[in-house]
Design a binder for this molecule. Structure first.
Ligand code: IPD
Ligand code: CA
Ligand code: CA
Length: 267
């Protein structure tokens, strides 16, 4: 049903693999750590052009230039042309293209592609989540044995103390941590059972739109860190895991949010 969307994302993956002299096209979007390259723009342009040709009624909400044409649209694509741009710039081959289709405020189809490992994650609402065509499931690992992926919400410096509080509280309670640099891949790896728990104190919809459906279709749970539904029009924190470790994370998060100096720091 969404094969055209998948084919378009796979095709865009070739652009990432063909990238040369990436350093020459890097510029900052404000903060020194907030980078964009000619490839982010080129991938976004190609995705938008081809998705609109295949789905002419759809709108677009995409990261670069905060492209937003969703007014009056029943459904729209939420696009991160390269999730993991800092990795891309440094030649750390851990980045992906992420496209989610939003209908009436929920994600109904998702595609995340990591061209370096040729990993294609897909999901359609109600039909399960897949990695290269094989159905995937979250683990049932308890908190104590959980491998935790997290993001440091680097573009939102006011969230740094909250991120550190989560790490401080979780450190003695879990197996270990990883910080990979792509929230979309973090969510997909959790969905595929390669990790067990994820959190980040502030993300934008294109970081988690596709990954969130892939997690829920893999049997996992995902929400904002206060337990409320994810917002697909605004910045939002993200928590994801299996039924058990997810509820432990939400309880911890609600306790941290009560601490005086944490107020307003978890988006
Ligand atoms: C970033 C990555 C990173 C996360 C940041 C995101 P970008 O996206 O997903 O893992 O920690 O918060 O903004 O900038 O590489 O598209
Ligand atoms: Ca991103
Ligand atoms: Ca990006």
């Amino acid at each position: 049903m969404y094969q055209a969307m998948v084919d378009i994302v796979l095709e865009a993956g070739k652009l990432l693999l063909s990238a040369r002299n990436i350093q020459d096209s890097v510029s900052s979007k404000g903060l020194a750590c907030d980078l964009v390259t000619a490839y982010d723009r080129a991938v976004q342009e190609q995705l938008c052009r081809e998705l609109l040709a295949a789905y002419p009624q759809a709108g677009i909400y995409a990261e670069e230039e905060e492209l937003c044409s969703i007014e009056g649209k029943d459904r729209y694509f939420i696009i991160d042309p390269i999730d993991g741009t800092a990795n891309f710039v440094r030649g750390l081959h851990h980045s992906c293209i992420s496209v989610g289709l939003c209908e009436k405020g929920e994600i109904v189809a998702a595609c995340v592609y990591n061209p370096y490992a040729d990993e294609l994650f897909t999901a359609v609402k109600g039909r399960g989540a897949y990695l290269n065509g094989q159905q995937i499931h979250v683990t049932d690992t308890d908190l104590e044995h959980s491998m935790v992926l997290f993001g440091s919400a680097i573009y939102y410096r006011d969230t740094v103390p909250a991120t550190l509080r989560f790490v401080e509280e979780l450190f003695p309670k879990v197996l270990d941590f990883r910080r990979g640099g792509s929230a979309a891949l973090d969510l997909c790896y959790l969905a595929a059972g390669k990790a067990d728990l994820f959190f980040e104190c502030c993300l934008r919809p294109w970081d988690y739109a596709a990954g969130s459906l892939i997690v829920t279709e893999a049997g996992g749970m995902v929400s904002a860190l206060d337990g409320s539904p994810l917002r697909f029009y605004d910045r939002c924190s993200v928590a994801a895991g299996n039924r058990g470790n997810f509820s432990a994370l939400i309880q911890l998060s609600q306790a941290i949010a009560q601490e005086g100096d944490m107020k307003g720091r978890i988006k």
